[in-house]
Structures are given as C-alpha cells and as structure tokens.
Design a protein around this ligand. Sequence first.
Ligand SMILES: NC(=O)C1=CN([C@@H]2O[C@H](COP(=O)(O)OP(=O)(O)OC[C@H]3O[C@@H](n4cnc5c(N)ncnc54)[C@H](O)[C@@H]3O)[C@@H](O)[C@H]2O)C=CC1
Ligand SMILES: O=C(O)C(=O)COP(=O)(O)O
Length: 413
Amino acid sequence: MVVQALTKDENKFLLLEGVHASAIEVLKSSGYNNIEYHKGALDEKTLKEAIKDARFIGIRSRTQLSKEIIDAAPKLAGIGCFCIGTNQVDLSAAIQKGIPVFNAPFSNTRSVAELVLAEIILLFRRIPEANAQAHLGKWNKIAVGSHEARGKRLGIIGYGHIGSQLSVLAESLGMKVYFYDIETKLPLGNARQIKTLSALLEKCDVISLHVPENTTTMNMIGKAQLAIMKPNAILINASRGTTVDLDALAQALESKHLSGAAIDVFPVEPASNNEPFESPLCKFDNVIITPHIGGSTIEAQENIGVEVATKLAKYSDTGSTLSAVNFPEVSLPIPSQGVSRFLNIHKNQPGVLNAINNLFASRGLNISAQYLQTMPEVGYVVIDIDRVDFNKAEDMLEQLKNVPGTIRARLLF
Ligand SMILES: NC(=O)C1=CN([C@@H]2O[C@H](COP(=O)(O)OP(=O)(O)OC[C@H]3O[C@@H](n4cnc5c(N)ncnc54)[C@H](O)[C@@H]3O)[C@@H](O)[C@H]2O)C=CC1
Ligand SMILES: O=C(O)C(=O)COP(=O)(O)O
C-alpha cells in the first residue's frame, strides 16, 4: 500500500537508455526537476538500487522491467516506455501494483517504414555486397541478380501502424502489396489481405515483419516458413528479435535459397554501445545488419520524448491514464480551483466503490465529480470533492487507503 501527498520534487523520475532531451524539457516545464538521467540501460543490480526511490521510470526497448524489478520499486507510480513495444515490461505485475504503463504508439512508425523501404531497394540491387566489395578495392560492375522494386510483390506480416504505412510507401514505388494479419484489416490502396501466413510466404518476393512480440509471434519465421518462401526472396525483420529463428535464416542464406535479408532486431541485444555484438548473420555480405535503429531518428525520438513525458506528467498532475496500455483509461477535465482530488486504485471486487462513497459521505464531504473505469483485475476511481484544507485531505487519504481492496491511493491536490 502506498500513500502519496507529494511535492513535485519528491517525485523522482528515473530516465534510462538516453531518452531524448525533449522529455526532460517537458518534465521541467511541468515543474518536475528531480530527474536522474542515464545514457544507457542499467545492469540489474544498479537498476534495483536506482529504482528504489523512483516515482516514475522512463525506458526504451532494452530495459527489462520484470516482476522482480517492479517489486524492488515500492514507490513506483508510473512507467513510460519511450518506444512502441511494451513487451519488456511485466504488464500484469505492473497493474497488480496499481502502476499504469504508457508508450508512444505512433511517433517512430514512419521512421521504421522508411528504413524498410530503403532496405528493399538496396537488397534488390545487391548494394550491400557491392558496397562491401568496393570497400575492399574490388570493382564489380554487374547487373546479375539486380532488380527494380517496381512490379515486385511485398508481403507484410502485421498490418498495423508500421505495416500499413510501409504498404502505402511501397505502392508508390510500384510494388504489389499483400499482407497477413490475425485481424481483418482495411487494405490501403490496392493492397490485399491474404488468409494464411504460408500463402503470403509462397507468393511474395520480399517479406517484412511488423508484429509485436508475444506468444503468437515467437519464432513465427523458422526453417519450415523459410523453406516455402520463393527462391531468391528477401526477408526483412524490424519487429522483435524473437520472431525469426536466426540459425534457420543463416542456413537459408548459406544455401542461397534467399538472396538477402535485413535484420534490425535480435534475440539478444547488447545493453549498451560499449558491449560486443555477435550474430550468425555477421558473415553474410548480402545481409544488412542494423543495431535496432528502426525508430532511431531525431524526429521520432524528439516526438517520443514529448509524448511519453507529457503522459507521465499528466498522470502525476491530474490522474489521467488516457492511452495507458495496461490500465483502466480515465480522461479527466482540468480541475477547477475549488476541488481536492483523490485517486484510488483497487482490486476489482464488489463493494469498493460503495465503501469509498460512504467514507466521504460519513465525513460530510461532498463528491463533486467521480470518474471510474475498471478492467477485469483492477478498478481505478478518481474522486473530486469540494476543496478541504491539507490536514483534512491527508486524514481522508489515510482513510481511503484503508478501504478494503485498495492497492494504492494518492492525494493529488
Ligand atoms: N525496430 C524498431 O526500432 C522498432 C520496432 N517496432 C516493433 O514493431 C512492432 C509493430 O509496431 P506497430 O506497427 O506500431 O504495431 P501495431 O500494434 O500497430 O501493429 C501490429 C500488427 O500485428 C498484428 N499481429 C499481431 N500478432 C500477429 C500474428 N501472430 N500474426 C500476424 N499479425 C499479427 C496485429 O493485429 C497488428 O495489426 C512493435 O510491436 C515493435 O515491437 C516498433 C517501432 C520501432
Ligand atoms: O519502439 C519500439 O518498439 C522499438 O523497438 C524502438 O526501440 P528503441 O526505443 O530504439 O529501444
């Protein structure tokens, strides 16, 4: 149980993995100056120490926020993933502790789509090999195996924010776009949804993955799937490293079944730029290997910094959980001056709301507004009452934390 009635300086923000300076600007302009900033990810021991007194943490895709780490953070009230993927966070452990998790679902999608488009052209023209040879002083002016992208078939696995943007960009090059998704999706332009993954793999000249990491996408491209891809096809993965079996891909390249690949994400990625990187793909000149930089553009990172920092500051200031990925979403109006605001995060069980309302009524306090959302495990209620002095409010907070089922209660103002 955590009770809060804090000054802004008591809210420590722990920002890791070099999130963009725009995040710091947003936090500071919202009055949050207690910021601990690290350029890289922290090892587990250092992270446990740093997170102990953090109220908010900001990470990117590298930092694993397991249950164990979340349990080591007794004050943690909110998590910001300054990226799209939230697979690195134990979302269930977070909600059970009453901690909302926010991300930036759109800001880097264009950057990924543009990188993939570039890779399609480079691989069709065999530029990675020509480039590698030219760097070694070898002039190899040939057209063999070099193709235009125009008229070729692109198969997109996962037609979400990134996949659908890639679809539009690829059509503008004259490519024919097909996609496979577990959901029925509106095909943009002339794209066509294909019913099965294997039908997509058999049909297309380039396959590009744009799915999240989850149990359905784990090793979704392995030996069997690579075998049914067209001879000389190209595989691109800028989704998550767990979706493709890299040993099987290395074999498919070794046997020259595939003509090339571009891989941005790996099952194990170095924690920082100072650590070595190893992969069975390093020996292939026809593979573009990039260090998980699909979303790493100045434009994307700056926008993500603003977007996620704004969500964290807003949650801290007002209790708004709009667009949280694991939490009941409550959007709140700007409160009027004459209001005291309490938050109660509780187990979703009968009687909690009743007990809360009775508590305020029994103290003669008028509830001027109440906002409630629930999810199967957790309920989140924001209560505005006609303003009371701070001592009275603190006393009410103590009562509120004792309501059976309460996970966390906060007094905002
Ligand atoms: N390389 C990088 O730097 C970046 C990588 N990413 C990765 O790209 C992923 C996709 O991003 P968005 O397009 O924004 O996500 P999104 O959530 O908008 O789209 C994902 C799509 O995949 C579909 N899908 C889920 N499971 C599937 C399955 N088993 N088979 C087929 N389709 C399936 C969903 O229905 C959805 O349409 C992210 O989850 C993240 O892991 C995102 C940004 C940057
Ligand atoms: O947005 C995502 O999901 C990404 O994979 C980008 O991760 P990053 O912020 O570059 O660590």
